[in-house]
Design a protein around this ligand. Structure first.
Ligand SMILES: Cc1ncc(COP(=O)(O)O)c(C=O)c1O
Length: 451
């Protein structure tokens, strides 16, 4: 089937979604939120396990699972029961509640670096507070982040790599307008998985408050990340610079103890979000007691401000505790997620090799991302734009066959994705790749064109 036919089929099946899109486009601005851009507009009505259902009642196998947060699938009964129980007692007080201690204790025990825990409401808040804490504690203002990592929507993290800059010395550009130019000077931009990053950290040792990196880049999920993290932690330690692992995605996903457990690396600070909230908004900073002491209040030595109306709210705390408690009680989930992810990637990559299709799935555990090129992607600097039309068509075909890949194209499996669902994913991805190839949309394999 050609991409245009897939689009027409989808359009026929989704009249309600299309009318919502048409009516709401102006007030929702959804067309402008790049990370939500879907191959075809659909509006989700409900979710169940690994499935979501759109406004027209069509069912899709979900590989977004709420930007990765529903590691147990949609409407997990234990999480739902915890939310219901909390709503019968009141769900927001703005004062400490018993619910906070449950999740704080679980996180303290799960996160290898967590001598102390502070809750907030999103992953963006968590990384913002980790940066502030490091600045307060060290008395330094400069931070170092890596090309290709994402740490949330606050101004300090809003950078992309200037594509013309050298690989070992990437230059950064603000991600969109509205980012004050003055911040440019406070952020060092490091090459990911490149030894030049270590030299820069050593050179700037006296200036840097913090080096932060994702546990595994969600844009570029790879199993061979441990050696790099271990060396990075050692370089930061030698240089006397605080080191943070952003576990917003990897926390409770790559392992119960996140990237820290999987790769055996203990940072000074770690940030959390997503899975930790059981599906409700959450963020957390964990870390060494002496560094975390800055959160004790403005009166503390080097104290920083932290707060937030909804921080630690009991509804999130109960949902998160139910999810994390379930994961703690079922460690076999991680082995199953790893095996499912490995099987999916092997089947898709084997198919691409057999058929000479220039595409490849990068995957670690239950995180995966398709790249549409023959060359391996070790860092996002290796990504080539040549096959944009093929990529777009692939996701359109997958959606038409009932597999939803999020607009960010960073995809996840959940514990609710059983063998049958993984089989379906493999079949749909293979068939969709074959369709794109047959239409000649891969560059160098035909006339190409707009999907
Ligand atoms: C690694 C990482 N850090 C931080 C964030 C920001 O989290 P949130 O969207 O909850 O603000 C994200 C979001 O995807 C993320 O992937």
């Amino acid at each position: 089937m050609r991409a245009a036919e897939a689009r027409a089929e989808l359009a026929r099946r989704t009249p309600r979604s299309r009318s919502i899109a048409a009516e709401r486009a102006e007030i929702l601005n959804s067309g402008l939120a790049a990370n939500l851009e879907m191959p075809h507009p659909i509006f989700i009505d409900r979710g169940e396990g690994p499935w979501v259902f759109d406004a027209d009642g069509n069912r899709y196998l979900d590989t977004s699972v709420g930007f990765g947060l529903h590691i147990l699938g949609h409407r997990h009964p234990e999480i739902e029961a915890a939310i219901k129980a909390r709503t019968e007692l009141g769900w927001m007080f703005g004062i400490h509640t018993v619910s906070q201690m449950k999740l704080a204790t679980l996180l303290h025990e799960a996160s290898p670096c967590a001598e102390r825990v502070v809750f907030c409401n999103t992953g963006s808040e968590a990384t913002m507070y980790a940066i502030r804490a490091a600045r307060g504690w060290s008395g330094r203002e400069r931070i170092a982040l890596f090309d290709g990592c994402y740490h949330g929507a606050h101004d300090y993290g809003m950078w992309i790599t200037d594509p013309g800059s050298p690989v070992d010395a990437p230059a950064k550009l603000p991600m969109g307008h509205g980012i004050p130019g003055a911040l440019d000077d406070l952020v060092t931009w490091l090459p990911y998985r490149h030894p030049a990053a270590f030299d820069t950290i050593r050179r700037q040792a006296g200036e840097l408050a913090l080096v932060m990196v994702e546990g595994v880049q969600s844009s570029n999920p790879q199993p061979e990340t441990g050696e790099f993290l271990t060396e990075l932690a050692a370089v930061c330690r030698e240089a006397g610079v605080l080191f943070a692992i952003d576990e917003v995605i990897t926390g409770f996903r790559l392992a119960y103890g996140g990237a820290q457990e999987r790769f055996g690396v203990v940072p000074d600070l770690a940030t959390y979000g997503k899975v930790l909230g059981g599906g409700l908004p959450v963020g957390a900073v964990t870390g060494r007691a002496d560094v975390m002491s800055v959160f004790t209040g403005l009166g503390a030595e080097r104290g920083i401000f932290s707060g937030g109306t909804f921080s630690g709210n009991p509804l999130t705390m109960e949902a998160g505790a139910a999810a994390v408690d379930h994961l703690r009680a079922h460690p076999e989930i991680y082995a199953r997620l790893d095996a499912a992810g490995d099987r999916l990637a092997a089947a898709v990559n084997g198919f691409c090799e057999d058929r000479q299709i220039p595409a490849r799935m990068n995957q670690v555990g239950s995180m995966f991302h398709m790249f549409f090129q023959r060359e391996p992607v070790n860092s996002m600097r290796d990504v080539r734009p040549d096959n944009a039309a093929a990529e777009k068509a692939f996701y359109l075909h997958a959606l038409n066959r009932g597999v939803l890949v999020p607009g960010t194209q960073r995809a996840f499996l959940s514990a609710a994705h059983g063998d049958a669902e993984v089989d379906l994913l493999i079949e749909v991805f293979q068939d969709s790749l074959a369709d794109v190839q047959a239409e000649g949309l891969f560059s160098g394999s035909g006339e190409g064109g707009e999907a």
